[in-house]
Ligand binder design. Structure first.
Ligand SMILES: NC(=O)CC[C@H](N)C(=O)O
Length: 624
């Protein structure tokens, strides 16, 4: 355990920073803690396990891992030491996972004992008080042994490795040392055997327990493990789902009430972060939905908790107000935008009669864009806002593209609300969700009126579908199969029939199959197109749709003023159009300057309209 310090405390992060020259304030704070507490040699190194006596009291490492997987490290954060009792939290989680809540509860309580970690006292019904003291932890190892027998330890090592995000090893010397001297634990184990809390071979269970305590970790590992608990069971560094959120909640509960042994009450009062300590000098602390902390310093106080580790936790909690019960959240921030479609149509360009319907009925479609992980309180707010604020649009779009998670309670409230709305004729359109999205599955399962519930991957698709419903309802639908005459083209507005006929003569009739690319971004722009029937979509090479066009609309018209195509145009249906080569058009312009002027004026009007629409969208985006 006397390996060299691999990285000096003060410089391991300075070289890492990129971008702005200064390091993040939290890194500075942790480095400050290291500086402030490293000269504190109070407490003593655990010596009842002889091998632990060899720990170097100077060692001091801090790791902190954020919910998005960023790792802060200071001091001896890469120094290995034995996990000892810190393992208890994670092995408890594993036991719950393997044998289920009922069997765990039958064997082990969840009451704080108010006694030292190695207390031999059991509850009145002869169970260990909780899984965070030795008796309860040995009982947990026993439960896992009942399932896995000789492979119990390997199962534990694997699970802890997943929590840490790397393969963990064992310190054989510490294991052997405790196995040789751990008679008090042996006494506890035999007592548990007497009450049938342990049902397997006592020595085999004890060996599993001793070995699990001798697993080697670093402060960084502990921080990742804690962050996995803080992140509802998903390791934020590896992205691996290690344990279910339900089990995480139970594990954090016993850490809160008993993680720091007979200091647990004081700890939760002063620091307010679920934590677990071990006699190897480690502490894990997990602040739900924010971060995980891991500290290592071998000198322990009279409760068996690392002195410097306690100080780091206290300093961090008080400096940044991290007590878990001192929290505030403004649910109102979960709605980032709430609007009807006035001026904000989908990217599908509409025929004039369709456009007019949408302009009149814009308040029939309400869009609410949600943001952030949504819980019970946030969805309650959304449902109240729907009840209180007009418009009572028959088409309600809820956009989830910025929502990473919806709790079961949130899904329940939303499902109930959408059911009630459906019964009053409202169709809910959830956008930003793939078919496989758990949010979609959850909400759909809880909405009793599935025919009034729709889903689209993109908000734009949802708006387009809603627009179609409005247009259909008010009788204005123009079939994409309908054919338009050249005179209906906006670019040719106000041209006399003879002028239009002359242009038609210069054009080449074209037909395209559905799915065919008509124009490619980047190629020379040497013609423009008048769409006579069918639908086309203008898309960026990335696949983002800029517009969908129908009969009577032109595309590629930017060729008049630009050298290259700026986007792809795809046929969505079979398409019939007229292609007007630019060189023919150039000749025509020279011969008919007055007609050309009208066309240029129409082009300017088209571009102006597009700019007004784009401005409305920019305005909407910047308003939130
Ligand atoms: N508090 C602890 O870390 C105790 C663990 C140690 N292996 C023991 O059982 O005594």
């Amino acid at each position: 355990m006397d390996a060299q310090i691999t990285r000096p405390a003060s410089s391991n992060f300075a070289t890492r920073s990129a971008g702005y020259a200064n390091e993040p304030p939290l890194q500075r704070f942790l480095a400050g803690c290291y500086g402030d507490f490293k000269s504190d040699y109070s407490g003593t190194v655990a010596d009842y396990i002889p091998e632990l006596k060899r720990a170097n009291p100077a060692h001091f490492g801090i790791g902190l891992v954020t919910i998005d997987g960023h790792v802060y490290e200071v001091g001896d954060s890469a120094m290995p030491f034995t996990i000892q009792s810190v393992s208890k939290a994670f092995v408890f989680a594993l036991a719950l996972d393997l044998v289920g809540e009922e069997r765990v509860a039958a064997a082990i309580g969840v009451e704080p004992s108010g006694e030292a970690f190695n207390s031999i006292r059991l509850t009145n019904d002869n169970r260990p008080f909780n899984p965070m003291v030795n008796a309860g932890a040995i009982a947990c190892s026993g439960l896992i042994h009942q399932v896995d027998g000789a492979h119990a330890f390997e199962r534990i090592r694997e699970k802890l490795s997943q929590f840490a995000g790397r393969e963990l090893d064992v310190d054989d010397a510490v294991h052997a040392s405790e196995a040789l001297t751990g008679n008090r634990n042996r006494a506890i184990a035999w007592l548990l055997r007497n009450y049938l809390v342990l049902q397997d071979d006592v020595d085999a269970v004890l060996d599993t327990y001793f070995r699990q305590c001798a697993i080697l970790v670093t402060a960084r590992d502990l921080a990742v493990m804690a962050a996995t608990l803080a992140n509802r069971g998903v390791n934020p560094v590896t992205g691996v789902s290690v344990i279910s959120p339900n089990i995480v909640a139970r594990t954090l509960s016993v850490m809160t009430s008993s993680g720091m042994y007979d200091y647990a009450g004081e700890w939760i009062y002063r620091v307010g972060i679920p934590a677990k300590s071990g006699v190897g000098g480690g502490i894990v602390a997990a602040l739900p939905s924010q971060m995980g902390l891991g500290t290592f310093s071998p000198c322990l106080d009279s409760h068996g908790n690392s002195v410097r580790g306690l100080k780091v936790c206290e300093a961090l909690s008080s400096r940044f107000d991290l007590h878990m019960l001192n929290r505030s959240a403004d649910v109102r921030t979960c709605i980032i935008a709430d609007y009807d479609i006035f001026g904000i149509s989908s990217r599908r360009s509409r025929q004039p009669n369709e456009q007019q319907i949408l302009e009149e009925r814009h308040s029939d479609i309400r869009v609410i864009e949600l943001v952030g992980a949504l819980n019970f309180a946030a969805i309650d707010y959304v449902t109240r806002r729907l009840a209180a604020e007009p418009p009572n649009a028959p088409l309600l779009i809820l956009d989830f593209r910025r929502v990473p998670d919806l709790t079961a309670a949130g899904a329940q409230l939303l499902g109930e609300n959408l059911t009630v709305l459906a019964n009053t004729g409202v169709t809910a359109i959830l956008t930003g969700l793939e078919t496989t999205s758990p949010v979609w599955t959850e909400v759909r399962a809880r909405t009793a009126e599935p025919q009034r519930l729709r889903r689209f991957a993109l908000l734009d698709e949802g708006i387009e579908w809603a627009e179609d419903q409005v247009i259909y309802r008010y009788g204005g639908f123009t079939s994409s199969k309908e054919t338009s005459h050249l005179g209906e083209q906006a670019l040719l507005a106000d041209l006399a029939p003879a002028e239009i006929a002359a242009l038609a003569d210069l054009s080449i009739p074209r037909r395209y199959e559905a799915g065919q690319r008509i124009v490619s971004a980047g190629e020379p722009a040497n013609s423009l197109f008048f769409l006579q029937s069918g639908m086309v979509s203008v898309k960026l090479p990335s696949g983002v749709r800029l517009a969908s066009l129908g009969p009577g609309m032109e595309f590629g018209e930017m060729a008049i003023i630009g050298q290259h195509r700026s986007a792809d145009v795809w046929a969505d249906t079979p398409v019939k159009c007229l292609e007007l080569p630019l060189d023919s058009f150039a000749n025509y312009r020279q011969l008919h300057p007055q007609t050309a002027l009208k066309i240029m004026r129409n082009l300017s009007a088209l571009l102006a309209r597009r700019l007004i629409l784009a401005n409305a969208k920019v305005d909407l985006l910047s308003a939130y």
